[in-house]
Design a protein around this ligand. Structure first.
Ligand SMILES: [Mn+2]
Length: 413
């Protein structure tokens, strides 16, 4: 039985093979950070405010720039249209602002869940005027994305109903489809419409896009440029997420991820804090798919969607990114040829051990080496703390809040 060499092995060719796999994985791996992850966010019970939390888009982009400068793998920032753009704001100015902070605007997220008109849904609403308002905002978002050269329009449709009998589930499905088809028609040829799903919350009886199968069918109906977006927190606890990922890869329908970790529901905890093996298994399916595809990796948007109510937002983002790099690199260590052989032989223990060996390999020394070669800090979190960025931001933002009359208070998100 072939053994996977550990790092530090006397077999230098095996060591260099591991090094090559890790460096290649890290060179390719980019993950988008969310603008909202730098601002005060919380739970539905309350927010705990932080002096260093971003106040405006400039702050958010500055924080994202800090994360990218230290990690070298977060060149793009996802934005929410209503949280980040002022009405009538020139997109070119926003692009310039991002440039000034060393980042680019990434996925554009329309806001179809917060306005009062969306009490009974947006695209699935019975009222044609509300559906039109939702569609108009989506088309505006698509246009904004065109001007910002953003490829991904990320659709989080929180539509759903709370009580049995309240709505025709089939009629809601049809209205949702019609709006998605109308939105898809306005995409530029290089744009993608990513459709996110979630089993429950905010609706607690029937969510209109409750699982990956519904997202998949909506995407197929919408058109060729629609894909499924997998938010790792949007599954029931026992769900096998990597199996969903493998299916979507096989069907060329995986558009991207919103990464976060969870223990109970959509907890929005830091990636890898609860179940790092889960994220590893997802990355494994992606690497294995690339192996079977002649080494060509699927074009997937890796994004973070987390809410840090009590952790420092920038530190938590750096922690997430570093963890994502480690798990992606570990998953790249799986010997796919050997795995395929074990699978064909039904050698289940050997196959399983191959995954576990990769997972338990300490990739940190080689990731540090990759950082050194790329002129990045060897320890991004330590470098961030040493930079004094956060205390300075806290001081300046606290004073600016005071000058602007912004009161951090209230108990409801
Ligand atoms: Mn999400």
């Amino acid at each position: 039985m072939k053994k996977t060499a550990a790092i530090g092995s006397s077999d230098s060719s095996a060591k260099s093979a591991i090094e090559q796999k890790i460096f290649r994985a890290l060179d390719a791996f980019k993950i988008e950070t969310p603008s909202w992850g730098y601002a005060d966010t919380g739970t539905r019970f309350g927010k705990f405010f932080q002096d260093a939390a971003a106040i405006d888009l400039n702050d958010k982009l500055a924080d994202a720039g800090q994360v990218h400068a230290l990690t070298g793998c977060c060149p793009q920032v996802a934005v929410h249209v209503l949280w980040d753009f002022q009405p009538g704001q020139n997109p070119a100015d926003v692009a310039k602002l991002a440039d000034a902070h060393g980042v680019k605007i990434g996925a554009i997220n329309p806001n179809l869940f917060q306005d009062q008109i969306y009490k009974y849904g947006s695209f699935a609403n019975t009222d044609p005027a509300i559906r039109k308002a939702a569609l108009d905002h989506t088309l505006y978002s698509i246009d904004l994305a065109k001007k910002l050269h953003s490829r991904n329009i990320s659709m989080w449709l929180a539509d759903g109903v709370n009580y049995p009998g309240q709505a025709s589930i089939r009629a809601r499905k049809k209205r949702m489809e019609d709006c998605l088809i109308a939105a898809h028609k306005k995409l530029a040829p290089d744009q993608l419409l990513l459709i996110e799903y979630k089993p429950f919350e905010p609706a607690f009886y029937a969510t209109d896009i409750a699982d990956w199968g519904m997202s998949f069918l909506y995407a197929k109906k919408a058109g060729k440029q629609a894909r499924v977006l997998v938010d790792t927190g949007h599954h029931y606890t026992a769900q096998n997420i990597e199996q969903i990922v493998a299916w979507l890869l096989a069907e060329n329908m995986l558009g991207g991820f919103h990464f976060n970790d969870r223990r109970y529901a959509d907890d929005d905890l830091t990636l890898g804090s609860i179940d790092p093996y889960q994220a590893f298994r997802i990355f494994h399916e992606i690497h294995y798919h690339a192996f079977d595809n002649g080494g060509k990796a699927a074009d997937i948007a890796y994004m973070i969607d987390q809410s840090h109510n009590d952790k420092s937002k920038i530190e938590a983002t750096i922690q997430t990114v570093v963890t994502a790099q480690e798990l992606y690199a570990k998953a790249a260590l799986v010997d796919h040829k050997q795995l395929a052989q074990y699978q064909s032989d039904n050698s289940q223990i050997d196959a399983e051990e191959l995954l576990k060996t990769a997972f338990f390999t300490d990739v940190k020394p080689l990731i540090r080496e990759w950082r050194r070669l790329n002129k990045l800090p060897l320890d991004p979190l330590a470098a961030h703390r040493a930079s004094g960025y956060e205390p300075a931001a806290a001081k300046e933002r606290k004073a600016r809040r005071k000058a602007l009359g912004i009161v951090q208070g209230g108990s409801y998100a």
